[in-house]
Design a protein around this ligand. Sequence first.
Ligand SMILES: *Cc1c(COP(=O)(O)O)cnc(C)c1O
Length: 438
Amino acid sequence: MNHAHDETGAGNGLLSNVNATAAAVTGTGTSAQWLARYSDSLMGVFGSPQRVLVRGAGALVWDADGKEYLDLLGGIAVNALGHAHPFVTSVISSQLATLGHVSNFFTSPTQIALAEKLLSLSQAPTGSKVFFANSGTEANEAAFKLARRHGKVHSPENGPSRSTILALEGAFHGRSMGALALTAKQAYREPFEPMPAGVRHIPFDDVEALRAAMDETVAALVIEPIQGEAGVRPLSLEYLRAARELTREAGALLILDEVQTGVGRTGEWFAGTAAGIVPDAMTLAKGLGGGFPIGAMITFGEGPSPLLSAGQHGTTFGGNPVATAAALATLHVLESANVLANVRAVSARFAEGLTGIAGVTQVRAHGLLIGFDVAEPIAAGIVTAALEAGFIINAPKPHTVRLAPPLNLTSQQAGSFLAALPALIETALAAQTLQGES
Ligand SMILES: *Cc1c(COP(=O)(O)O)cnc(C)c1O
């Protein structure tokens, strides 16, 4: 065989500029032009995008008209190190230029090193294992299947089958059918019923309700240590501990969905393990790849459960060299630049500053996953006013604003938002009044 062929693949003349940017293939346009093309070509599941973003650096992004924004949402808790972090970008580029994809018939050093790193950071005991996916919903699909396997293997011979999965009211676990079955929100579920069977939602943070629901038909309890989409609602430590004890006693798995809370977001590597909870499985995604898509499920210890075995689960892209390199690079920077200490410091700055602002009724700051409530249902109006003023934030509920900025946000950047917020609230209140009058 002749392996001495053209190594760049550029020799056919189709690729004349090896330093090409995406603009070479997209063309350019104003925001208005792009948005017209968007609505003609993209499925409307996300409504109308708020802006067309073309460039980012750290916590700043710019839209197609050149307007600058401080990104305090970080792609919904994804851009852990902001945009275009030089080290992460360099590792991703060099991995892609070396080996980009191999399929899971093969492995690669970055995949193995990342699995080892996650096991070490999560202090997972001997026997713990990692499965890589591409997103949060996929990580949770793996967990769903793990729960089903556990239930099948541990069902009594002549008794009822262990097929129930418990999840919480207010839960968000993703949009694919298994994860959607775990998600509580009726508006997301109803258009796609019937849901996969066997999932039951029980009241949030209610130990007695959990105790009552826990019987020999329960295969697993799936919980977010802090519900992100529900407006940054933490479970009490008492509940987390009871969840661990009651699932263990009942022979059910405890599965922590740390897709949003994991990988330093709360100022700890993982919210659940920082609280002293050792789950049977934990799912990760969002911040893990620093903006590059990757998800993971970690199973803890030999556990009471069989692992998914050869042929029982799979993915084409999951754990590919580029995604795992992106995650390794992100974790490396989070660790070596002591970013978690920054998360705690900037979180305290937000908590203190938000607490004093007129109209803010409650602040829930868990590292740089922050929810604050406002007296009137004007959260969406605050988001709109913020965009106009050059801040990207989010309103998961009518009364709640969420911040999930890059973990390397500076205290000054936090301060600039805190200084602007009173006027944003004023603007939103005025818009609400106008709406009421018209
Ligand atoms: C975002 C999220 C998911 C879904 O992740 P995707 O990558 O959007 O599929 C699942 N669980 C939690 C807790 C999340 O915040």
